[in-house]
Design a protein around this ligand. Structure first.
Ligand code: NDP
Ligand code: MG
Length: 392
């Protein structure tokens, strides 16, 4: 049987490494085309050797020589920079994992769809910034888009064989992150180390902090709207501290289908890798009797203003998602660099949205990759400006 050609964009990250873990368990079944990373050259080169990839690409042009050195004698091609990332995504493949973090994942993901590959989408920012563009590109090129975010994989699975017209609501769960039970008054003093530790999931640092602020859930609400095409009033967020139920789909006969599983991304990645089949996966089997109880609560909107902002972004439409995501990424950079308090992130994002809404034009521009990039760029500048003014 022909080997499946696969590429992994963001191979050195948390999702990328979990994907590689699954691939390595059945290496003869795959022909690895491209692996990409950014700063972690040693990991990128090591994985490219083990998987015998055709090409390894770092997003960081200044690291090309390091990558070449690390791959010396392997016969694996080395490349660097944005154009090289897109070139890697354009290499014919059957299945491409989109696991770059942030808006940087959008352009390579589009290129992968344009060559007709099935795109396993972990990079939720793509859908938030340019949902209709992604879906339209997939449609035009007859390429399939499969969700990898655990909630969206759960919804996707709950919808197998169902009629979307019978869907009354979609509930995505949230653990509540690091500060779920903190006194509200303490939140402004939350440190980077505290925000970077997740109670249940082991993920990249940025998404872990976004879980504590609920910006991650805000992105996921928008992702749900874009991927499944449901109206915002049908999407609910439910705090579920144990992270065992990932999402629920409610139908108009009153049934609520829940997807239950351990917090291990290899389930959602493996489902997307083997879809439409279900294959044996190395994830823990839940012993519900031992777990005993699962708990739920309504989200506290005062604690997590990001959830309100997501609603405003969906109501605004146009390129508001790109502005929202770019402002969030910049505010997150500010928090990581120690220039912003934890609670200031949502304030910055709200200010940028208000500013760009008032100055008009960019949010209402048509959804092309160039216009998304322009809105993203302006939102980042506006956010940096506000952060600097606050510091000065
Ligand atoms: P990580 O930070 O762990 O990894 C990010 C990957 O992107 C790394 O390979 C990194 O390279 C690379 N990268 C970083 N910056 C750039 C850039 N500017 N251009 C190109 N590549 C870059 O992130 P995660 O794996 O946690 O998340 C990846 C995506 O998946 C995100 O969109 C996230 O929201 C989503 N996701 C993640 C989940 C998880 O469990 N981690 C769950 C659901 C969704 P390097 O490390 O070499 O610098
Ligand atoms: Mg998720």
């Amino acid at each position: 049987m022909a080997r499946r050609r696969i590429s992994i964009l963001g191979a050195t990250g948390s999702i990328g490494q979990n994907t590689i873990d699954l691939i390595k368990r059945d290496l003869p079944a795959y022909e690895v085309i491209a692996l990409t990373g950014a700063g972690n050259i040693a990991q990128l080169a090591a994985d490219a050797r083990v998987l015998n990839a055709q090409v390894a690409v770092t997003a960081d042009e200044s690291r090309l020589d390091d990558l070449r050195d690390a791959l010396a004698g392997s016969g694996i091609a080395a490349a660097a920079g944005q154009a090289a990332l897109s070139e890697a995504a354009a290499r014919p493949a059957d299945w491409v994992m989109s696991a770059i973090v942030g808006a940087a994942g959008l352009a390579p993901g589009i290129v992968a769809l344009q060559q007709g590959a099935t795109l396993a989408l972990a990079n939720k920012e793509s859908l938030v910034c340019a949902g209709s563009l992604i879906l339209e590109t997939a449609r035009q090129h007859n390429a399939r888009l499969l969700p990898v975010d655990s909630e969206h994989s759960a919804i996707f699975q709950a919808l197998v064989g169902e009629d979307m017209a019978a869907v009354e609501r979609i509930v995505i769960t949230a653990s509540g992150g690091a500060f779920r039970d903190w006194p509200l008054d303490d939140l402004p003093n939350a440190t980077l180390a505290q925000a970077s530790s997740h109670p249940n999931w082991d993920m990249g640092q940025r998404i872990t902090i976004d879980s504590a602020s609920m910006f991650n859930k805000a992105l996921e609400v928008i992702e749900t709207r874009e991927y499944f095409g449901v109206s915002p009033d049908k999407i609910e967020v439910l705090v579920h501290p144990e992270s065992m139920i990932h999402a629920l789909v409610g139908f108009h006969d009153g049934a609520l289908m829940a997807h239950v599983g351990p917090p291990d991304m290899r389930h959602a990645i493996g489902y997307a890798l083997h879809w439409p089949e279900r294959r044996v996966l190395p994830v823990e089997r839940l012993d519900l009797a031992a777990i005993g109880s699962l708990t739920f609560r309504a989200p506290d909107m005062a604690r997590w203003p990001a959830l309100r902002l997501a609603r405003e972004v969906m109501a605004r439409g146009g390129l508001a998602g790109a502005v929202f995501n770019a402002a969030k990424e910049t505010a997150l950079d500010g928090f990581i660099a120690g220039n912003l308090a934890f609670t200031a992130m949502a304030e910055i994002v709200e200010e940028v949205l208000t500013q760009m809404d008032a100055s008009g034009g960019h949010i209402d521009a048509s959804m092309t990759l160039d216009n998304v990039a322009a809105a993203d760029h302006l939102a980042r500048m506006a956010a940096r400006d506000i952060i600097e003014k606050r510091a000065g």
